[in-house]
Design a protein around this ligand. Structure first.
Ligand SMILES: [Zn+2]
Length: 330
């Protein structure tokens, strides 16, 4: 049995065929065209799919895609895909291309949570939150061994737990959400405000012709997914970058303590660029979490780095098909 797994993102799309166990047999990745025409973006995805599938018979299609979306019917409006921002019926289009087989979609963060539960750090755990800390902060919720959807497929949005009522504005329209504090670009902007010059002391200013201040200004203009650089600089001993990791760890610890009390989970996995920071992130996270998760049941929660790498999104997408009703119960 071959399953088609699709991971749709603003910068790249990945497509894979997996066997019945979820093992990736073949995969292809291509940049997402930065186009504001919906059909151009669809044709690029379709050609990636066609070249991956070849003559293979596909028995199911699983998709992870950036939100928001209507679920489960799968009209997607990813914030970082201009062509689809007004809503694109990607599930309906895939049903036309693959008639008669199940086509299932979920938020990309939920796909990562499914992947970690199915094949990663959460294997054998009945209750967990799978988180990703990257350009956004997202998550998926597994309780009693099953993915929890909520009323509209949006359960697990841990990125919008408020960690600081007086905190920075959030893309959701609120302010002080975990995502507003701990997403890579927000954390980098905070660090730049504190005087951080990315790439130092490990690699020097990004352009030797520029003063540190100019360099920081240029960097801020170009800031996109910068949590990874921050993690690198913190590991190299940059004190502002270390302070930024403390800030992220504090915010994550608060949100995880709250979510643990609400959901009674055993485990939280954290993936994405920032989790690469290792103890620099996880130690302040643990300190805050232990200060706030003090009841007998909540103190048992463990927080670990996600175990799966770049292919996690594809594995989670395949899990929507191959995991049976554990991961698909709209
Ligand atoms: Zn928010």
């Amino acid at each position: 049995m071959a399953v088609l797994a699709i991971d749709i993102g603003g910068t790249k799309c990945a497509v894979a065929l997996t066997d019945a166990s979820g093992k990736i047999v073949t995969s292809e990745v291509a940049p997402t065209p930065p186009d504001d025409d919906a059909e151009t973006q669809w044709r690029a995805l379709l050609s990636l799919i066609d070249s991956t599938v070849g003559a293979e018979q596909v028995e199911g299609v699983g998709v992870g895609c950036g939100g928001p979306m209507t679920w489960p019917d799968g009209v997607v409006a990813p914030l970082n895909m201009p062509g689809w921002r007004d809503g694109f019926p990607v599930v309906a289009r895939l049903r036309e291309r693959f008639p008669g087989v199940p086509v299932r979609i979920h938020n990309d963060a939920i796909a990562l949570a499914v992947a970690e539960h199915w094949k990663g750090a959460g294997q054998g755990v009945s209750n967990m939150i799978g988180m990703v800390v990257s350009t956004g902060v997202g998550g998926g919720l597994i309780l009693d061994g099953r993915l929890i959807n909520g009323g509209t497929g949006n359960a697990g949005h841990i990125g919008h737990i408020v960690v600081d009522p007086n905190g920075p504005p959030c893309g959701c329209g609120g302010h002080g959400c975990l995502e507003a504090v701990a997403r890579g670009p927000a954390l980098a902007a905070w660090a730049v405000d504190q005087g951080w010059v990315p790439g130092t002391p490990a690699a020097g200013p990004i352009d030797p012709e520029l003063t540190e201040r100019e360099s920081a200004a240029l960097y801020r203009e170009n800031a996109t997914a910068t949590g990874r650089q921050l993690a690198v600089d913190a590991a190299a001993g940059d004190q502002i970058a270390v302070a930024a990791m403390n800030r992220a760890g504090w915010a994550l610890g608060l949100a995880i303590a709250s979510a643990t009390h609400l959901c009674d989970v055993d485990l939280v996995t954290i993936g994405g660029g920032l989790s690469q920071a290792g103890p620099l992130l996880f130690e302040p996270l643990e300190e805050t979490l232990r200060a706030h998760a003090r009841m007998g049941f909540s103190s048992r929660v463990r927080v670990v780095p996600a175990a799966l790498g770049q292919e996690a999104g594809l594995i989670g997408a395949a899990g929507l098909i191959l995991g049976g009703d554990r991961y698909w119960s709209p």
